[in-house]
Structures are given as structure tokens and as C-alpha cells.
Ligand binder design. Structure first.
Ligand code: AMP
Length: 222
């Protein structure tokens, strides 16, 4: 089973993908995280992606497909996987189907209003050492500017600045309408409200996923 999470930037996809992966013991694959790692390592791919990411635009379908193909062909991904941030467009969804068409899938959209999103993104900080994510509004660090887990310096993602946030939300809305229709037609679409605490949202997620993934969290093949 493949679980596809989509939702606007700041909707909590990364957090929910982590929780789902832990409960059902599935690897989570985040194209945003893979790309950010490539950028910080200065790989050729990272250099290609960097400018686009900085301005909130999408990286090319070919680049992202290559990353996903690699990530889903690992041994860990044999039982299934959780995708965070992919597919983002209908061509990407079609490409995924060509790469791994035999697997059943469910796509879940996380719904959050614009104002809450802007507030969440503007307050988001990421640890420069362990990559833990925190939020100045919702979950402020014990010591200002420092990570609660490892003491590393907290930084703002360059694409979480207000002008870039607006562009990312615009890009998301444009892409989302056809993607929603695509998964609706395939009867593989569900949605949950992303308002409230991560645990509350996760409760809604498992309400949708438990019937589909029954047995997977006990480690059986699925
Ligand atoms: P995210 O962490 O998912 O918000 O992604 C951060 C940035 O990485 C996006 O704004 C895009 O520039 C790039 N990116 C991540 N996933 C994709 C994707 N599936 N297709 C194209 N670009 C992507």
C-alpha cells in the first residue's frame, strides 16, 4: 500500500507522514527533504534545484521522479511507503503509476485554512543540526533560538519567508484541483481536517487508514 499525503505547505504533511510511518512501520519519503539535503550537500542535482526552491517554484518532474524511483526501490519500501510532497501534479501522479502501478494507493488531503497556514509557516523553525521542526507560536523552544532535542541553532527555511509562502500557496492551489480530481476518479481520495494538534489530526488519519492498513502495524505483509 502506498499512502500519498498532500496538502498546502504548512498543513503538517511531514509531521503526519512521520506518525503514519511509525505506526504502520512504513518508510516515509519526502521529496522536499531529499531535495533540501541535495542542496545543502551542493550536489549537481542540488545546484539545479536550489534557485527554483528558493523562489517557491516546483523542480522538474524528471528530477523528482528520479529521486522517487530510487527511494521506492529500497528493501524497506517493499511493504509500502508514505509519500510526503509527491506527487504534486497530475503528470507526476501518472509517472508514479508507471513506476509502481501494481501497488494499491490512497491519497489523503490535509485541509487547513490560509490564515492558519501563513501563521504556521512564518513561525516554523528547523534545527540546523538534527533537522527537528518546531514552531515559535505553537511549540516554542525552551531556550530561544536553540533546539530542544540537541541544542543546535534553529533556522528559518528560506522558503518560509512571507513573499515565498504566498507563491508556494498559489502554486499549490493551481496544482491541487486537477490532482484531487485525478484521485477522486480513481476512488482513492480522502481528506481530513488539519486543524488542531498533531495528535488530533493523526486520530483522524488513523480513522481513514486503519481499515485500509489493518495488520500492517503488526508487521504482516501488505
Ligand atoms: P516541501 O518541503 O514539500 O514544501 O518542498 C519544498 C520545495 O521542494 C518545493 O517548494 C519545491 O521547490 C520542491 N519540491 C518538493 N517536492 C516536489 C515535487 N514533488 N515536485 C516538484 N518540486 C518539489
Amino acid at each position: 500500500m502506498r499512502v500519498i499525503l498532500f496538502g498546502p505547505p504548512g498543513s503538517g504533511k511531514g509531521t503526519q507522514a512521520g506518525l503514519i510511518g511509525k505506526k504502520y512501520r512504513l518508510p516515509t519519503i519526502s521529496t522536499g527533504d531529499i531535495l533540501r539535503r541535495a542542496v545543502s550537500r551542493g550536489t549537481p542535482l542540488g545546484r539545479q534545484a536550489e534557485a527554483l526552491m528558493k523562489q517557491g517554484s516546483l523542480v522538474s518532474d524528471e528530477i523528482v521522479a528520479g529521486l522517487v524511483r530510487e527511494a521506492i526501490s529500497t528493501k524497506e519500501a517493499r511493504r509500502g511507503y508514505v509519500l510526503d510532497g509527491y506527487p504534486r501534479t497530475v503528470p507526476q501522479a501518472e509517472m508514479l503509476e508507471r513506476m509502481d502501478g501494481r501497488r494499491s494507493e490512497t491519497a489523503i488531503e490535509i485541509l487547513v485554512g490560509q490564515e492558519a497556514l501563513i501563521k504556521r509557516l512564518a513561525g516554523r523553525r528547523v534545527c540546523s543540526l538534527c533537522q527537528a521542526v518546531t514552531n515559535l507560536e505553537v511549540n516554542p523552544p525552551r531556550l530561544p533560538g536553540l533546539c530542544d532535542s540537541c541544542g543546535g541553532t534553529l533556522e528559518q527555511r528560506s522558503d518560509d519567508r512571507p513573499e515565498v509562502i504566498r507563491e508556494r500557496l498559489r502554486v499549490f492551489e493551481t496544482q491541487m484541483v486537477p490532482l484531487r480530481d485525478h484521485y477522486r476518479k480513481r476512488k482513492a481520495y480522502g481528506s481530513v481536517s488539519g486543524e488542531g494538534t498533531p495528535a488530533e489530526v493523526f486520530g483522524r488519519m488513523t480513522g481513514l487508514l486503519d481499515p485500509l492498513l489493518e495488520g500492517l502495524d503488526k508487521g504482516r505483509q501488505g
